[in-house]
Design a protein around this ligand. Structure first.
Ligand code: FCB
Length: 436
């Protein structure tokens, strides 16, 4: 039997590469008013897609920029749709599996102003976009409805540092419910239209630990955060109910209609975070990155903690669906650091597979340097460097290293298949010879 190929990919999001004059984020961060189409990917996409061939990936995760497709309420831009369809077609011609994200943080301005996620009409408006785009696009098997809904909620509804810029746990929960309803509807819609589709979300999971192991408040915070951030959505998929508990508040049972609406599970993993109780901070929580194991910090100050990937994959395994690491990467200008990060995390993935976890893919964030949320253009996640003045792309050594990993793992998979087939042939022969 032929094994399904392990997906070796890279991940991007439309807005981070190509911006959009109609997106909420365009007016959110000054940098974007100066440089709306940050990498000019919207015009250079054919060149950028050729880089995928250089890497030898067999999968590519990217997203639609909703605000290009529906720039104004009631408007639908067929040219933008044709643009994304062309990307899908090019990928299929190259033999690269497209993995398409419908929502990756950004919204059309009209949506976030009139129908933010805590409003019931958000379901109707997002649902309308999904119905139409899912009917229109052809050639996609792997779908992601939402990228990191909890980051959207934390940034948009608890800290208020992302659109819609609200700080309210009550509205955050309403938004979470509506997003879950939208996921469920999108899941059904995709399956109605695309036989054999595989649908998931991409869930950001982090290793969360108490700042001080000896402080009971830090331990309590870390425990509550671990449940809310990593696990509550898993319970939603498993049981249709989440048990939400914020510090010093009563537990809330949230019914969400997503039970079983998952064909694989996308895990985005980057780092470990230490948590401390601090009554002077919002919700009493202070976060910090420590370089505890000596693996260092990234250019964004995030702790490099490969061991956490194993932990979160183990948590996610209780879903009993295939797991795909839909994002993993590091912001650094130093090639050797990028390579080391990649090697350590790929090692963890392979160890997890050997220990029996059902991991089916790994996507590096990101293909080329791009705009990083609230951090701008200095956080260099790309396998290809971008000179933001000349727009030239330059291969990093990490790209060459990734290409090497992919080639060697694909060859190993082919060899296993050949051995399996010749093993079978031998068994057939033995059986035939020993037959009376
Ligand atoms: C993830 C986001 C992605 C990118 C990486 C660095 O949380 O999904 O868009 O910004 O972080």
């Amino acid at each position: 039997m032929q094994e399904e190929p392990f997906l070796w990919g890279v991940a991007t999001s439309a807005f981070q590469l190509e911006g959009s004059p109609h997106a909420d984020w365009s007016t959110w961060d000054d940098i974007l008013s100066e440089k709306p189409d940050v990498t000019s990917h919207y015009s250079l996409y054919r060149e950028d897609l050729k880089l995928l061939r250089q890497l030898g990936v067999n999968a590519y995760r990217f997203s639609l920029e909703w605000s290009r497709i529906q720039p104004h309420e009631g408007e639908w831009d067929e040219e933008a749709v044709a643009h994304y369809q062309e990307i899908i077609d090019i990928l299929n011609e190259m033999g690269i599996e497209p993995m398409l994200t419908l929502h990756h943080f950004t919204h059309p301005l009209w949506f976030i102003k009139k129908y933010p996620w805590h409003e019931p009409d958000s379901i109707v408006k997002f649902g309308g976009y999904v119905e139409r785009i899912v009917a229109r696009l052809k050639g996609v098997r792997y779908w992601i409805t939402f990228n990191e809904p909890y980051v959207l909620l934390l940034g948009g509804y608890l800290e208020g540092c992302m659109p819609p810029g609200i700080q309210s746990p009550a509205l955050a929960l309403r938004a979470l419910e509506n997003i879950c309803i939208c996921h469920a509807q999108a899941y059904d819609c995709i399956h109605r239209r695309h036989a054999g589709a595989r649908v998931s979300i991409a869930h950001n999971m982090a290793a969360l630990a108490p700042w001080s192991r000896w402080n009971p408040m830090d331990r309590l915070l870390a425990r509550l955060a671990k449940y809310f951030y990593n696990h509550s959505i898993l319970d939603g998929f498993l049981e249709g109910v989440m048990r939400i508990k914020f510090p010093f508040r009563k537990e809330i049972l949230l019914s969400v209609p997503i039970k079983g609406k998952l064909d694989y599970f996308g895990v985005n993993y980057y780092t470990r975070v230490h948590m401390r109780f601090n009554p002077f901070k919002r919700m009493g929580i202070e976060l910090r990155h420590h370089d505890i194991d000596g693996h260092g910090l990234t250019d964004m100050g995030w702790e490099i903690h490969p061991g956490g990937l194993e932990k979160v994959l183990r948590y996610a395994s209780r879903l009993k669906v295939p797991l795909i690491i839909t994002e993993n990467g590091i912001a650094t200008r130093r090639d050797h650091k990028k390579i080391q990060f990649m090697r350590r995390h790929v090692d963890v993935v392979e160890r997890c597979i050997q220990s029996g976890m059902d991991v089916r893919g790994y996507f590096w964030w990101s293909l080329i340097d791009n705009y990083e949320w609230l951090a701008g253009l200095d956080s260099r996640f790309g396998l290809y460097k971008v000179d933001f003045d000349t727009l030239k792309r330059k291969q990093t050594q990490a790209a060459a290293y990734y290409a090497y990993i992919i080639r060697s793992r694909m060859n190993m998979q082919k060899k296993r298949e050949v051995d399996h087939v010749s093993g079978n042939a031998q068994v057939v022969q033995e059986v035939t010879h020993s037959a009376p």
